[in-house]
Design a protein around this ligand. Structure first.
Ligand code: ARG
Length: 456
């Protein structure tokens, strides 16, 4: 019998089962974490007098040798192995003999895999967080340099009220700062070490779980051993954080796609981040943004996979859980990859101030300001709304803007109109007067907030 667990079996595992059961193609990625977990475990076993110090030294040396051999390429991870835990333990025993067989004392693959998975995801979350910081930094820089780019803000994709490009980009900063804190929160919540939960019910050995938790950089051991081996909340939470982050990216991606179109022409991608067509020589396509929008599908899929894998699982470990890693890894890595390419794509884009301003000049986005003008002169807002609504209708028929009415024409609608109305409905005034907290004239504070976040 070749399998480490095959002592009670009288028949060799069917080849089909071996293939079906194997998870090494995915969990092979966790070789570093698996080795770190085993070194910590062996260290603890020796300190507790469960194995000898010399065996622990042999184990540690053997494991470190395996690590450097995998890293140098001298040792290939066997794709036929059942999983990374079996592969490394088997390799260790091949290398150091008897001592290697003592490593699995007071431990199970169930607490081992949960520990590896947490370590790997903690690490990966750190990478995602650093990509998020770079991404927020890119948005911040663009916002800072485009505070005077006026464009229409939209609702229902209809021109609504004037905003600036800085204001628009800062809205995205807020989303991605929340994403960042979601990853931080999830990592904090998962900071408990499952190692020593063993198969499900702990162990009869006098192990020191606080020590292994410390050695591996966790704040404490998981409190309940059944929970230790069966909890995958952390994978679900992080995948959700990635899924919501993707949602934010797709909103921005959609705007990039729209803004690059001939219909908008608010921005132009750098040639190095655009693609052409094999048949239409004139095309310059926003493939990156489209792919990001499309890749949200696999991240949402991963979240649903995870929740479905966990749904209804009786305690404690079930093999279903082996399906968890592919989903979580793919979700986080996809989000990370999208952030990594989106940042330089945005940073190298050119925004078209003139086209934005031209769009802002049409569509009566100063209508609310005209109503506010009348309201500030004493007219109830609802009445002012009606007056301006009629003016918009008239202007629309005449194909002109509100500012193109003569004062006498305006005064036919309300005696309250005076010469200063033109100043009041000028786009620049519309913007500079929007001083309410969070509005487009409150940009300095918003920029500062992002700046403080980034330097924190
Ligand atoms: N490859 C397994 C996984 O990823 C390791 C745990 C196996 N445990 C077991 N009882 N068969 O979940």
């Amino acid at each position: 019998m070749s399998d480490l667990w095959s002592a009670r079996f009288s028949a060799e595992a069917d080849e089909k089962l071996k293939k079906f059961n194997s998870s090494i193609a995915v969990d092979g990625l966790m070789y570093k974490e698996d080795i770190a977990g085993s070194v910590a475990h062996a260290t603890m076993l020796a300190r507790q007098g469960i194995i000898s110090a010399s065996d622990a030294a042999l184990i540690t040396e053997g494991l470190n040798g395996i690590l450097s051999d995998i890293q140098s390429g001298a040792l290939k991870i066997d794709p036929e192995a059942e999983d990374i835990h079996m592969f490394i333990e088997g390799e260790l025993t091949n290398r150091i003999g008897e001592a290697g067989k003592r490593l699995h004392t007071a431990r199970s693959r169930n607490d081992q895999v949960a520990t590896d998975f947490k370590l790997y995801l903690k690490n990966l979350s750190g990478e995602v967080k650093s990509c998020l910081l770079t991404f927020i930094g890119t948005l911040y820089e663009l916002a800072k340099t485009h505070t005077d780019y006026i464009l229409p803000g939209y609702t229902h994709l209809q021109r609504a009220q004037p905003i600036t490009l800085a204001h628009h980009l800062l809205a995205y900063c807020e989303m991605f700062m929340r994403d960042y804190s979601r990853f931080s929160d999830a990592v904090k919540r998962m900071d408990y070490c499952p190692l020593g939960s063993a198969a499900l019910a702990g162990t009869t050995y006098d192990i020191d779980r606080t020590l292994t938790a410390k050695l591996l950089g966790f704040s404490a051991p998981v409190s309940n051993s059944l929970d230790g081996v069966s909890d995958r909340d952390y994978a679900s939470e992080l995948t959700f954080a990635a899924a919501l982050g993707m949602t934010h990216l797709t909103r921005l991606a959609e705007e990039v796609i729209l803004w690059c179109s001939w219909e908008f022409r608010f921005m132009e991608l750098n040639d190095s981040f655009a693609t052409g067509s094999s048949i239409m020589p004139q095309k310059k396509n926003p493939d990156v943004a489209e792919l990001v929008r499309g890749k949200s599908g696999r991240v949402y899929g991963a979240l649903i996979s995870l929740l479905t894998i966990l749904k209804g699982l009786p305690l404690a470990y079930n093999k279903d859980l082996q399906e968890d890693k592919e989903a979580a890894f793919d979700a986080l890595k996809t989000f990370l990859n999208c952030l990594e390419i989106f940042a330089p794509m945005l940073a190298s884009s050119v925004f078209n101030r003139e086209n934005m301003l031209n769009a802002a000049k049409k569509g009566y986005i100063n209508a609310t300001d005209m109503a506010d003008y009348l309201t500030k002169k004493g007219m109830p807002f609802r009445s002012a709304y009606k007056v301006v609504g009629e003016l918009v209708s008239e202007a629309n028929k005449a194909g002109k803007g509100l500012e193109e009415f003569e004062l006498e024409e305006l005064r036919k609608h309300s005696e309250l109109f005076e010469e200063d109305v033109y100043e009041a409905i000028d786009l620049k005034t519309c913007l500079s007067k929007r001083v309410s907290y969070g509005g487009p004239a409150d940009i300095e504070r918003q920029l500062k907030r992002v700046e403080e976040f980034l330097s924190d």
